[in-house]
Design a protein around this ligand. Structure first.
Ligand SMILES: Nc1nc2c(ncn2[C@@H]2O[C@H](COP(=O)(O)OP(=O)(O)OP(=O)(O)O)[C@@H](O)[C@H]2O)c(=O)[nH]1
Ligand SMILES: [Mg+2]
Length: 302
């Protein structure tokens, strides 16, 4: 039984693409569940993870970066992020350390003003900033919105994580343990595998192409003797020219993506993996309702 002081509730991470939402969430729960990359629009779905301690249980929702959508997939991603604002106990809004507050940030502030949920501002990537300027940057943001708290962090190196956890608990109600101690995420294993492959593709490929990629797992089966997992997966891209780049000279790029992904999947599954990758072209799939649903980005499931 939990003690009478046990708290539980939901915290969502929002912000513009590439500010470090997924990196922060992974660090807070102590395991890499959400994929990350230096390309904007890495996260496409709402990813739920669970942090449990004696104090209570925090269910984190990592969301896609809020941006100006250029296609139906983008619209889906932004609605996933904005939808969560009303459903949670506390919002963590991540920004970068700068005193330039752009249109993107102002749009997010407007969205926040529409909901009554308490908001904590997280100023991430402080390793990149001039430390002396931080108080000024934070004060500047306070003019934009009445934050419950403003916390400077470095998600990459895990600086100030405890302060974030404690600040979240302040806004959670007393409640039950929603998930058992072993539960870390709601993501099915197949989906995590697909995401790991997409991450390696994002990281290996140049700009442009990664945004048009999806990954489908065609088969995932453990051998009867338990010696190995066979996985067949397809990388979907939007153009014939992209397919050529993903495969690379003599298949070199696809091999690179495959071997990096395999290593990470093996670590997660704790068993040997035989990973076969294919590449297929589906023209302009990001603008097709049918296709984006087909690849798991379903509005009904937001
Ligand atoms: N220097 C530095 N880089 C960071 C920090 N946190 C995250 N990053 C980097 O910023 C990039 C984006 O990180 P993500 O966690 O993928 O960002 P995100 O906000 O989830 O991005 P989207 O999913 O596209 O919305 C990655 O290259 C991270 O390694 C930090 O504290 N310092
Ligand atoms: Mg992300």
């Amino acid at each position: 039984m939990e003690s009478a002081n046990f708290k539980s509730g939901f915290a969502t991470l929002i912000g513009r693409p590439n500010v470090g939402k997924s990196t922060l969430m992974n660090h807070l729960i102590g395991q890499k569940i959400a994929i990350t990359s230096n390309k904007p629009q890495t996260t496409r779905n709402r990813i739920q993870t669970v942090y449990t301690s004696k104090q209570g249980q925090i269910v984190f929702l990592d969301t896609p970066g809020i941006h100006k959508a250029k296609n139906k997939l983008g619209e889906y991603m932004v609605s996933v992020a904005e939808q969560t604002l009303k459903e949670v106990d506390v919002v963590l809004w991540l920004v970068e350390p700068t005193d330039f507050i752009g249109k993107g940030e102002r749009h997010i502030a407007e969205q926040l003003k529409k909901s009554k949920t308490p908001v904590i501002l997280i100023m991430n990537k402080i390793d990149m900033a001039d430390k002396e300027k931080l108080p000024e940057y934070m004060a500047h943001y306070r003019e934009l919105y009445d934050f419950e708290d403003v916390i400077p962090v470095c998600a990459l190196r895990g600086i100030n994580m405890e302060r974030v956890i404690n600040a979240i608990f302040k806004f959670l109600p007393y409640g039950p343990k929603y998930f058992d101690d072993d539960t870390i995420t709601d993501q099915p294993q197949r989906q995590i595998v697909a995401e790991m492959i997409r991450e390696k593709a994002l990281r290996c490929l140049e700009e442009e192409i990664p945004h048009g990629i999806a990954v489908a797992i065609d088969r995932m089966r453990e051998r009867p003797d338990g010696s190995m997992m066979d996985i067949d997966a397809t990388i979907i891209c939007e153009r014939d020219s992209h397919k050529g780049i993903i495969i690379g000279k003599g298949g070199a790029m696809l091999r690179k993506i495959g071997s990096q992904a395999r290593r990470e999947i093996e670590n997660m599954l704790e068993m040997k993996v035989n990973l076969q990758l294919w590449v297929k072209v589906k023209k302009d799939w990001r603008d097709s309702d049918f296709m984006i649903k087909n690849f798991g980005y379903d509005k009904k499931e937001i």
